[in-house]
Structures are given as C-alpha cells and as structure tokens.
Ligand binder design. Sequence first.
Ligand code: SF4
Ligand code: SF4
Length: 371
Amino acid sequence: MEYRELGKTGLKTSLLGFGGFHLLEIPQKEAGALLNAYLDAGGNYIETAASYGNGESERKIGASVMHRRADFVLTTKVGDREKAAAAAKIDRSLKNLRTDHVDIILLHGMESVDALNRSLAEDGAYQAALEAKKAGKALHVGISMHGQPAPLLAALKTGKFEAVMSTINYYDRCNFPEIEGELLPLAREKGAGVILMKPIADGYLYRNAERAFRYAFSRPVSVVVAGINNRQMLDMDLRFAEAYAPMSEGEELELLKTAPELGSYVCRQCGSCAGACGKGIDIKEVFASEAYYDRQMMRGAVGDTAQYALSERLKFWFGQKQQGIDRYARLSPNADACDGCGACLPGCPYGVDIPYKMHLAGYKLDAKEIY
Ligand code: SF4
Ligand code: SF4
C-alpha cells in the first residue's frame, strides 16, 4: 500500500485509514480482530473521537492494539470548545486509549467560524490542545468538519493547524466545491496534512465503491479514512487501496458525467450555464444553495428505493439546511422567476433538467417548514 507524507508533521500515513466510529456496532473481540488485520495488512492510521459512543470507540481501540503502538499513527478528536472541558476530555481519551500520547488531536466538527473563534480564545479548546502538545500528550494539532468548509478555511489561514480533516468524495464535490477548489490548495500552501473522510459519502455511493475510492485516493490528500465494521468491508477497502492507480482527468470527467448518483439531477457546479437565463437567474447559485440545504438529495421522486432510503437518512446529515436558506434569500431574481422555457438546457454539459430542478429547489429553499 502507498504511504504519503502528512503535511509537515513528519508522519507518513497509509493510503487507507481505519475510521473507528463503526466499531461501536460490533463487540470488542471483532473490533480487535479487524484493527489487527488492518495493521497486519500494512495500514497504519487509526482514527477515533472522544464522542464516539462517549469513549466506547476509543476503549475498543485501547483494548486491541496498544501492544503495537509504534506500528500506527493514532488520531482522536475533542469536541469541547472550552479549554478546561477540552483538557479533561483529552486526558480521558488517553486513558480510554491506554496510551500516553496520540499523534494527532483534532478539534472535532468545527461547525462555524464563531465556534472556531471561541475555540481559539485564551480559554478555548485550542489552548488545551496546545498544552497537550507541549506535554507530549498529542504530537500535532488539527481540525475537522464535514460539509461546507468555511470554518476549516478560516482555521488554516491562522497557520495554527497542522492537519485538516474534511469530507471529500465525487458526490459532495458537487455540493461543496470550495473543498477541492479552495481548501485543498490552501492546505498545500500552508503545509497542512489533509485527512479525507467519507470517501463513499456515508454509504451513498455504495454501488460505485471502487470508483469512489479511486477518486478519493486520487485527491492530493495524505490518508483516506473509511469507517469499517466487518471483515468483508475491510478486505474490499484494502483491495481498493492496494490496486490504486491514479484517475486520469478523462476518467474523472467520465465519472462526473455518468455516475448514477449524480444523474440528470445533481448540478456539478461547472458554471457552463452562466448567463444562459434570459430572466437573469443565477442558475448555479440557486443550485449551490440547494446543495447546502439538503445535498441535492430530495428529488421529488422515489426512484430506486435503496438510494431513496439512504438519501432520507443523509440529506440533513451535515446540518447546513439553514445556510442554504440564507444563501438563497440573498438571490434576486430567484427560482420563482423561472417560467420553464428551457432555453438554458443546451448549455448544461451534464444534461441537468434545469427547469424541473429549479422548480423543486425554489420550493425547498423558500424557507417553508416542510421538514
Ligand atoms: S428554464 Fe428557467 S432557468 Fe432556464 S432559461 Fe428558462 S427561465 Fe431561465
Ligand atoms: S451547466 Fe449544469 S452542471 Fe453546470 S452549473 Fe449549470 S446546471 Fe450546474
């Protein structure tokens, strides 16, 4: 398996990382067998969080692999924003993990720039992480968030974080194009390691897992973390990592054109339709608002029932619905101005049914209490 530098930390991580959240779903014995099999196969990055099962994931990892602590990079996350609470949580994590240090501590799920500022204050969580670093309890400090990356961009600009963890997959690149367009270049400029999470979008891309992993491995990231809770899944993910060959630009375009989860509904945010609407609607921005709202998952039709069930579970997973509504509220004209003329259709290289989608997006984003 390929190993990559984790920014300027001096750490080298295997292409496939082991995400510990789903260890909650299996007994200790199976969790231990999976973790050790992953390490035996050459994997060297194990990640968890203090909040996963209120320490249960950490305890399972602590009970399973600490006899070979030197074999892997260990990351946990702390979600508290105040210094005292975060310091106590870091100590609890070390106890749960049965180790005297983690390699990386991530400030977990930084949901807003306000939360970031609170964490960076004198009495904020960042100070706790920094003190843990000085004490040798955590070797590096990073930050994580899923979905829209504004807090991560702000965090990297401070130059205080050595690693950043973000959602990256071929589905959500259409919902949060700032991640690949802005966050990855900024991370590179700052020398921060990038930890990729959700390569198959929490299961949404399960039918295309091989191509989804290949897309993820082909990003300029240090490690791709997958949640694993059974042997079949571990073996499959390892196989993908071992067979990895970078995706060419042509293959990537082909994926974006043909992926069934994207189809003729998801706007790829390419901008080719700029100026195409005679009514002056900013088509791309309406759909970007919809992407923040529900990741373009509610499509007004059930279609494939398994995919529909997944979208019902995942559509508001990132909790950025209100941000979509606020973004849309700034638009004038908005989707209401669309008369369905279809003049924009030839301009979309992905065959998005713009009039239909415009109608549905306007309905969702009109701040109605429909959900
Ligand atoms: S279908 Fe709607 S968005 Fe497209 S050009 Fe006509 S009015 Fe504009
Ligand atoms: S051309 Fe199509 S995919 Fe590109 S921004 Fe416009 S609607 Fe979205």
